[in-house]
Design a protein around this ligand. Structure first.
Ligand code: NAP
Length: 502
């Protein structure tokens, strides 16, 4: 391997070893030792971040843009080694890691451009009206300001784009907020090499060292003490509902509660309307199978549920999905723990009341094979567990009797990252009755596509009502995600010379 990890934490510009170590669990290649994070390191990193905020938080947009671009350049300079270590740790193919690196550096550069434009400051101005009666009006200026040090938790399934230098870090640094990353135990080597790139960018652009720290995990008290640290002002989290909810509750219970921006799991229901099914049931079945199995189904946007109207078109759809899923090769999952959770999910569905098995694959070890099940609208509504995410390539077809039943089923869904309609022009009336329901349920509503890919653009929303995310007003992808780390401040009657230079 071109990169051999040393296994240390990066605390305010220094590589720091700890007393205890944990072993990585790579999908291929040798395991490595990593220092276990400690509460003392969390304190050091948070204090350094607060120190750094007093300069970084007031730095020019031009300097921060140069810093973001430098991080992107340093990541690209380590491209091959990042792909190698990332692929070995996660089992994701090299091409996927290369694509994800492109997305990661693209996000950093997008934020550099975005802050240079300045629109994100949302500057507002109301001129003074000294002659207004009965009382004069003061001059008011409003703009967004960075909120302080941010804690970031990356996800196992996106070792680059939702991790050390991923979307949360890019958005926080763009806003002017120092970042303390809690490394994910699924890819500590990938975290280390990306932290090395950020360290190099800090040195090249002369940024304060405390602007970024990486604390490897190994023990749960790193994460819990980080979100409870009084100097941390918000948290960006991507991961499971269980983990996210535990950390969200800690943030809310702090003496000074702070916002917790958790992007959690989702089952991303698809509604297949009658004309679309008549026109292309087979193609929809094959397309769904491809989306379900992509990356071993380890996507938060994996469309785990397909709602169809019972009948011959539904039979064609299921037969085609079944054939495509059976032809797909088994895949290695990200961690042994994720594989074991998937195997439990398979068993739970196979035994669930009112569920018919179409494919029961019984995956073993760290491997995932696809599973396909069917149920009815009534059985689904009666069993809440069927609406819970199984992280992996598991699909559930829900057969309903009519479009009206589809609409009432949709009303019963919890919050989702995405909701999809497959339709033809003749389905417009049905689509019109579903759209208002779906937009109340999901952050992104899409037509005639699969939700797995998430475009990184200005108009993206990757979030949704709970439990898709813990803050339905926020997105973790796209330029709007910078708003999570900003706070509006109004300046009343400040002389021009005293207003912040931004
Ligand atoms: P995870 O197990 O929740 O881990 C995420 C991070 O939180 C890790 O650093 C983990 O630490 C930490 N953590 C978890 N529970 C904790 C607790 N109780 N106390 C303190 N720290 C805790 O999630 P994952 O395995 O990385 O990702 C899989 C899940 O993420 C899936 O459900 C998927 O749908 C979701 N996901 C969502 C999105 C999105 O954008 N919405 C994107 C990708 C994935 P350790 O390293 O010590 O375990």
């Amino acid at each position: 391997m071109t990169f051999t990890p040393h296994g240390k934490h990066l605390i305010a510009g220094e590589w720091v070893a700890g007393d205890q170590t944990f072993q990585s669990e790579p999908a291929t290649g040798p395991a490595h030792s990593y220092s276990v994070g400690t509460v003392a390191l969390v304190n050091r990193a948070a204090e350094a971040a607060e120190d750094a905020f007093w300069t970084y938080g007031y730095s020019s947009r031009k300097d921060r843009a140069a810093f973001l671009n430098a991080i992107a350049d340093e990541i690209d300079a380590r491209g091959e080694a990042i792909t190698e270590v990332g692929s070995a740790e996660t089992g994701l193919p090299a091409a996927r890691l290369q694509g994800e690196r492109g997305r990661t550096v693209g996000q950093l550069r997008l934020f550099a451009d975005h802050i240079l434009k300045g629109d994100y400051l949302d500057r507002r101005h109301d001129a003074a009206q000294p002659d207004r009666t009965p009382a004069p009006r003061p001059e008011m200026v409003m703009m967004q300001q960075p909120i302080g040090p941010i804690a970031v938790f990356g996800a196992s399934n996106f070792p680059l784009a939702f991790s050390t230098a991923g979307g949360d870090t890019a958005a926080a640094l763009a806003a002017g907020c120092p970042v303390v990353v809690k490394g994910h135990s699924a890819h500590p080597g990938t975290a280390e090499i990306v932290a090395e790139a950020i360290k190099a960018a800090i040195e090249k652009t002369g940024m304060p060292k405390g602007v970024f720290s990486l604390i490897q995990g190994g023990k749960r008290d790193v994460g819990t003490s980080l979100v409870q640290h009084p100097l941390i002002k918000a948290v960006g989290f991507t991961g499971s509902l269980g983990g996210g909810r535990a950390l969200f509750d800690l943030c809310a219970a702090r003496p000074e509660p702070i916002p917790f921006f958790g992007e959690l799991g989702s089952v991303n229901p698809m509604f297949l309307l009658p004309e679309a099914m008549t026109a292309r049931a087979e193609a929809l079945g094959t397309g769904w199978a491809g989306s379900l199995t992509m990356g071993a189904g380890q996507f938060c946007t994996n469309p785990g549920i397909a709602v169809v109207i019972d009948g011959p078109d539904a039979d064609r759809f299921v037969a085609s999905a079944k054939a495509a899923l059976e032809a797909s090769a088994p895949q290695v999952m990200l961690t042994p723990g994720i594989a074991s959770a998937y195997h439990q999910g398979e068993a739970r569905f196979a035994e669930a009341k009112g569920v018919t098995t179409v494919i029961a694959s019984k995956s073993e070890g760290r491997e995932a094979r696809p599973n396909l099940f069917e149920t009815t609208g009534a059985a689904f509504t009666a069993n809440h567990e069927l609406a819970e995410e199984v992280f992996g390539p598991l699909g559930l077809v829900i057969r309903v009797g009519s479009v009206d039943e589809m609409v009432s089923l949709a009303k019963g869904f919890a919050g989702q990252l995405t909701a999809t309609l497959h339709m033809e022009p003749g389905d417009m009336d049905a689509a019109r009755s579903l759209r208002p329901v779906l937009e109340r349920k999901a952050g992104r509503v899409l037509v005639n596509g699969f939700p797995t890919g998430v475009e990184v653009v200005d108009s993206q929303v990757h979030g949704g009502p709970y439990p898709a995310s813990t803050n339905f007003g926020a997105t973790s992808v796209g330029t709007l995600s910078i708003r999570r780390f900003l706070r509006p401040v109004a300046y009343q009657n400040l002389p021009k010379e005293l207003l912040p230079e931004v």
